[in-house]
Ligand binder design. Structure first.
Ligand SMILES: Nc1ncnc2c1ncn2[C@@H]1O[C@H](COP(=O)(O)OP(=O)(O)OP(=O)(O)O)[C@@H](O)[C@H]1O
Ligand SMILES: [Mg+2]
Length: 383
């Protein structure tokens, strides 16, 4: 069976070339040895050469020149300089500037020459394998990114398209429930009431998905205005007070009255507060919720926290709460439902403000969600 030519030798001395050819007979690869530069160049185009060994002093071209030429055209090949002892410093210099991988001094010892070439072939194979892996990774990364983009675009378009028919269903149900199109029985009204509730839920879900996809792709327009967050908090709490009291839960404020106004997108911060409060109420059966604000002027930010005395979050679930579609299992069942998008949206909103949001919890005892917002306008400018 013929062996593959993997090594090229270039030396102007006929006797050396003859010797070389015989030397490699037992190796698993073949060598191409020549005294002529033109033949060496031709061999490089014809065979898959892994290692090039070139003499240093030759009449037509210097070894360094030839190897530089090889490097430009075949950057992956491993290059070796063949030198007499007198050219030692030139060889060392070539190695230092990265033009040559090794040098072999003449006269060479057979075993040394063979093992050096073997090592060089291994080096080549290793590099090639690493390079292929890297290229494969890069390609699959690119594919993944493209798929992600398509998915985002799809989600955004579909959600948008769902909104219009949904609005029309909602209006139709409303018209019937409000008896604008004729009398209905109490039973019919009750059935439609359930339908309406589910339409509302679906609408919230679609809005959440749209919000999140927009935020994730940085397309959500934020509207910053300097505002006192205490007022925003009081209004949000007011809107959820009835639900909390109907469940026998207290709602307590510990608001810092000297809180400096901060630049916020009021609607978005209201959305954050709504979800944190909604969660706190949803996951608390006894006790209640305390909402606190603290001025951390020395740290250049304000802190808002929502503390409840509810079921808490298992340690194993803590790292997942801010991820989308994550709902953490608990011994205490939750009948309220939800999608698991609320906190993912909260995190996006707070981060777009240049702030941070985090959670502390003890299972069975309660949970504190806190976020900080910078006092000065330093969000967005750096994004
Ligand atoms: N105050 C809390 N106490 C206990 N668990 C909580 C609390 N807040 C959040 N969690 C856990 O984190 C999960 C994710 O909360 P998130 O607000 O993102 O979603 P959700 O409330 O389930 O649904 P959605 O907000 O989309 O209606 C919840 O399902 C719950 O397991
Ligand atoms: Mg929620």
């Amino acid at each position: 069976m013929s062996k593959e030519i993997q090594v090229l030798f270039l030396d102007d001395e006929e006797s050396i070339i003859d010797g070389i050819q015989r030397l490699f007979i037992r190796e698993p690869y073949d060598v191409f040895a020549t005294t002529k530069v033109a033949e060496a160049r031709a061999a490089l185009t014809k065979y898959k050469i892994k290692v090039v060994v070139s003499d240093y002093r030759m009449p037509d071209i210097s070894g360094i020149h030839f190897l530089r030429e090889v490097k430009e055209q075949y950057p992956d090949t491993v290059k070796i300089l063949f030198t007499g002892y007198t050219d030692f410093s030139a060889a060392e210099e070539a190695i230092n500037v990265g033009e040559v991988y090794r040098f072999i001094s003449k006269p060479w010892k057979t075993t040394e020459l063979l093992s050096t070439i073997r090592q060089c072939i291994e080096h080549y194979d290793l590099l090639l394998r690493a390079k292929t892996k890297e290229e494969e990774l890069e390609l699959s990364n690119k594919k993944l990114k493209a798929m992600y983009e398509v998915q985002k675009e799809f989600t955004s378009t579909v959600s948008h398209e769902l909104r219009t028919p949904l609005a029309s269903i909602k209006t139709a149900i409303d018209l019937v429930v409000r008896k604008m199109v004729g009398e209905i029985t109490p039973e019919q009204s009750e059935v439609l009431g359930r339908a309406k509730k589910n339409v509302d839920r679906l609408k919230r879900l679609i809005d959440d998905i749209l919000d999140l996809t927009k935020m994730e792709s940085g397309k959500l327009q934020m509207n910053f205005m300097v505002n006192n967050i205490n007022n925003v908090i009081k209004e949000t709490v007011e809107s959820q007070k009835d639900v909390a009291t109907s469940r026998g839960l207290y709602l307590k404020f510990e608001l810092d009255e000297n809180l400096p106004p901060v630049p916020i997108d009021t609607d978005r911060i209201t959305q954050v507060m709504n979800n944190l409060l909604n969660n706190a109420i949803k996951f608390t059966k006894k006790g209640g919720i305390t909402i606190a604000t603290v001025n951390k002027t020395e740290g250049n930010h304000i802190l808002v926290s929502v503390k409840d005395t509810g079921r808490g979050i298992a340690a194993s679930g803590m790292s997942r709460v801010f991820e989308k579609f994550q709902q953490i299992e608990s011994a205490e069942k939750n009948e309220e439902g939800g999608t698991g998008l609320g906190l993912a949206i909260c995190r996006q909103i707070i981060e777009r403000h240049g702030g941070k949001i985090w959670v502390e919890s003890k299972e069975g005892e309660g949970t504190i969600f806190s976020f900080i917002l910078p006092i000065q306008e330093r969000r967005e400018t750096k994004i």
